[in-house]
Design a protein around this ligand. Sequence first.
Ligand code: MRU
Length: 324
Amino acid sequence: MKNILYKDGKLLLLDQTLLPNQEVYIEPKTKEDYYYAIKKLQVRGAPAIGIFAAYGMALIEDDKAMLKQYLDSARPTAVNLSWATDRMLKAYYDGKSLIDEAIAIHNEDIAMCKKISEYGLSLLNDGDGILTHCNAGALATGEYGTGLGPLLLGKERGYNFHIYSDETRPLLQGARLTSYELEKAGCDVTLICDNMASIVMKQGKIDAVLVGADRIAANGDTANKVGTSGVAILAKHYGIPFYVLAPYSTIDYTCATGDDIVIEERDPQEIKSMWYTRDMALPQTKCYNPSFDVTDNNLITAIITDKGIIKAPYTTNLMRIKND
Ligand code: MRU
């Protein structure tokens, strides 16, 4: 399944807000189309946002520095967005072909996801029970995914994992996207509410947790979809390995620790009314809707990147791969 398709000057985007009920491709044309596609999560998942924004930088005629700033402001936490637009701006100043650079970013992401999937699969056994949170599959990247990559690659190679997908409140990426993607690939997937992660762990159904990341600080703290840090705490309690899978482009060496990561806050309507036929809270009820939280590095068994499997001490070992 391709989420971003580029051919002959035309970009098509699979609108993820309509999944799993409709598979519709839209054609963004203006800078506002690109901005709102990112903001409204028609395209989402850190690497996919970066790829999409790179095409926007190439295809939209505008002041490129201002365009970069505008696109970056759509979602602040996923570093891949500003990483990709930075690279596109540099290519512009260097006089390179911007569309070739965007295609390169896209292809490199596919290659990185394949490597991450191979490394991740090497840590799993046929028949394992796996818990995942949010969506870190092909929809969130160029192909295969990060957190789901080993599971999709494993399926191709004849592994049968028993996968539990947290529904992922409030935007339900686990329900709408992860279970859809895994069903389409023929995987054994069971959807659970976020607050059921503890019971499936206690019942011995989970051998490993696999999640993606939106920004990895230099000390290994990682920003992931909100709720992930709670899953990591549970995994530690039950002695289950907790793996964060992400491409090298998700590591932000300018961010010393997780405390330096800006957490996106979203519209309260996503909690109070979005999925309901009637409002589920009074209009005056206050809401706090952080889109991500930070998983402390001491809860992470390993960070699996395209440059290998990184374990603690993270500050030293993440620095070691910086110039590989
Ligand atoms: O808000 P979203 O849907 O963009 O959040 C996505 C995630 O949390 C993913 O797990 C993360 O971006 C990693 S994508 C491979």
